[in-house]
Design a protein. Sequence first.
Length: 595
Amino acid sequence: MLRDIAIGLTSIVVLGIAAQWLAWRLRLPSILFLLIVGFLAGPVVGLLDPDVLLGDLLFPVVSLSVAIILFEGGLSLNIAELREIGGVVRNLVSVGVLATWIMVGVLAYTLLGFSLPLAALLGAIMVVTGPTVIGPMLRHIRPDGRIGSTIKWEGIVNDPIGAILAVLVFEIIVAGGFEAGVAVAAIGVLIAVLIGGILGVAGAGIIVLVLRRHWIPDYLQNPVALAVVLMIFTGSNLLQDESGLLSVTVMGAALASQKLVTVRHIVEFKETLRVLLLSTLFIVLAARLPTEGAGYTSHGSLLFLGALIVAVRPAAVALSTLGSNLNWKERVFLGFMAPRGIVAAAVSSLFALELVEHGYTEAERLVPVTFLVIVGTVGVYGLTAPSVARWLGLATPRPQGLLLVGAAPWIRRAAALLAEENIRVILADSNWRNVTAARQAGLLAYYLNVLSEGAMEDLELSGVGRLLALTPNDEVNALAALRFEEIFGRSGVFQLPPTGSDIGDGSVAKHLGGRILFGKDATHATISDRVEHGAVIKKNRLTEEFGYEAFQARYEDALPLFLIRESGEVLVFTATNRPAPRPGQILISLVTPVD
């Protein structure tokens, strides 16, 4: 028996990580592979039976895992973002939620033949738009402007709202009718919101306090943060059912928005944990799906899925954005992004089980319908949203912006000159002094480690098409190039030449990944040494009178860095690619001033 449990648990982890790797290799949403693998391993092949394997621990483990995932999602929210998009987000999580709930309920009643109570419950579950699938999609699409932040906020905030709404409907069903249960449910929702907000802020305050007072050693900070998350979630649920999800989301957002202590190390730890939890949760939940009588491909189910995509979501967005400052393109794209994720899967599985125990056998249909919606929405949006974003002009086909990893003085100077020519430049550095100096110079700079899993989500990469790894650490440069290769492609990642290496024609070992910047001897130490001895980063507009040959004659030791064409296209000088500057173009280079 113990051996069977060990084999089962090992299979879940191995299959989950294998599905994640396969999705990464094929550049497709991982949730599709996780659900397919879980379904095959469970009801099809019979390798996994989560109910037998975990027994009564199944849904407590799922609930705690979802809490950690939502807390990690909350850590990506910054209240400052709401200054521009707050009104739209507020409407999406109020008007949009209500509209979606009603429309989905009507469709479930008419197309699926659900009873009114069950249709209302499915409508409540379907209001969520999963951040676990929206995040990877946004990283791949990189939509321009505020629309990406709007979609991110909606996805994360909607999850606890949908869970609380589902509890409201569930309590009405169990109470035996609308009149008997609505008063209790309404009071319960108000209490859940109150408790969730108070405990969420309190949990964030506890972590900030212990970090600021240095009451715990560094190696215990992540475990303590995890313990506080679980404590707040469980305590909140004890006071009011399903309020825990709201508590941990508020807790994450509060930590992300405060300025008293840095929580970067906590974010990195939770990101790694999230990948493991998502991989195992989807395998477990998909392995519980029925194979018979589920109606996955029935006309009613497919019509229901299609109506969600082409009617319900666009209508809810249209109502939520009335009078907003979003343009029509942003509204169309917002109406085309509503994939469902882990919270919908977990909540439907939980309530289906509890309703069956209360005698509502029809509730068994909740789970297969929900998983059909998850697979369908992730598949449709994941495969088509990038093309829709480009068609609407919300994702630049050939973005000219640059992500500079490192913010040393000479890098800040080059970034400022590029910004003067309306080139979008983002700097990222783990050195707080460099980041502060960059921000004081009016540059967009992030204080983060680009090698962390959440860096892609934290960075606003709209309009950015290339990465330049410019730190003094050769290993960081190489790993950063590899890390962002999946976004920018091999041709879009660059790094400084490694110190002390003989790169010959400018190529490096394949595992280093990035194209060699500027020249084979242009290491960080070399450039910094030249700057310390008086060299400067200079911008020259070439003319017929002062062309590139005249420039080279004047600055014999010039190291060309960037060339900006008349069209605004930015060319990067590398060890193997030396653009030929022409009159009318702008050359940015490292030169030694001459009298």
